[in-house]
Write a new protein. Structure first.
Lengths: 151, 139
């Protein structure tokens, strides 16, 4: 294979990959803004309540949890730190929430990115979420964490 | 409320994200393609083949794991799309990288919330390794 052909393949192959991923990522970003403005976050926080109950952490964790699950760790952490500052989160909730989100965050974007290159998305999403649940449940039961229940 | 501004912001976010991933995926894809056709990728593959076989992955998949963890998911995608992998291998890599990626940046973020660096690194890398080994057996 000549140098020119290699360079061509390297360029066009890369552009094709970027294009395929952009086809998924761009609409997703627009959709997420629409969802945000349509008030989906409050609704998601409500949906996240059973998760926080399951983890036996404070109800105030539901909103940061929803943010982290949908928008990722950086944005999620910002909201968590804010909630912690306002005193809505006890230490135990904070640790379990952070642990859950470290394993499982930005679920739409991360999952779809891998779907764009050929991974099984449902499988990926299921494994990630279930593992985060199991891990948090184990840590919440087995490891003694400072328990300052505010509810 | 959904206004024109919603779509403007969404498109802006979309464009920024696409630009960010293009900046990473294009060079990674290019370099891997050059390595592939100059035979250098084979060396990488041979060196990492024994370790990667635990996860049922070819040696060159190590590049995706290393770049995914050191840089971000986009860099890993650049590698995944430039080497040849089966559907099973792509899914295994995706699960492993989902658990453990962008470690420098994200560990700094979780540290801010108050989780120790070591516990979080051990958890994420441990989950990646364990999921890779288990999925290779069950899939």
């Amino acid at each position: 294979m000549s140098a020119v052909e290699i360079i061509k393949e390297g360029l066009f192959g890369g552009l094709t990959s970027v294009f395929n991923i952009a086809l998924i990522v761009f609409p997703l970003m627009v959709f997420m803004e629409i969802a945000k403005d349509a008030g989906a976050l409050d609704w998601l926080a409500k949906l996240s309540k059973p998760i926080t109950r399951f983890m036996k952490i404070s109800d105030d964790s539901a909103f940061p949890l929803a943010i982290g699950l949908v928008f990722g760790l950086a944005f999620g952490a910002g909201v968590i730190i804010q909630s912690a500052k306002e005193g809505n989160l006890d230490k135990r909730s904070l640790l379990l929430l952070a642990l859950f989100l470290a394993c499982c965050h930005a679920v739409f974007e991360d999952t779809l990115l891998f779907v764009a290159v050929g991974a099984n998305g449902w499988f990926l999403l299921a494994i990630r979420t279930i593992t985060a649940f199991i891990l948090t449940a184990i840590v919440s039961k087995k490891i003694k964490l400072p328990n300052i229940d505010q509810n | 409320m959904i206004t024109k501004d919603t779509f403007v912001r969404g498109s802006k976010n979309g464009a920024t994200t696409v630009w960010m991933l293009a900046k990473i995926i294009l060079p990674v894809y290019f370099v891997v393609t050059v390595l592939k056709h100059t035979g250098l990728l084979e060396y990488v593959a041979i060196i990492f083949a024994p370790a990667m076989s635990i996860f049922g992955l070819p040696g060159e998949a190590a590049l995706a794991l290393v770049l995914g963890n050191a840089l971000n998911i986009y860099a890993a995608l650049g590698v995944i799309s430039s080497i040849s992998l089966t559907a099973k291998q792509i899914t295994i890599l995706a699960v492993m990288i989902s658990f453990s990626h962008t470690l420098f940046v994200e560990t700094a973020v979780t540290k801010k919330i108050g989780i120790g660096v070591l516990p979080i690194l051990a958890t994420r890398i441990g989950l990646a390794l364990a999921s890779g080994i288990i999925l290779n057996i069950v899939l």
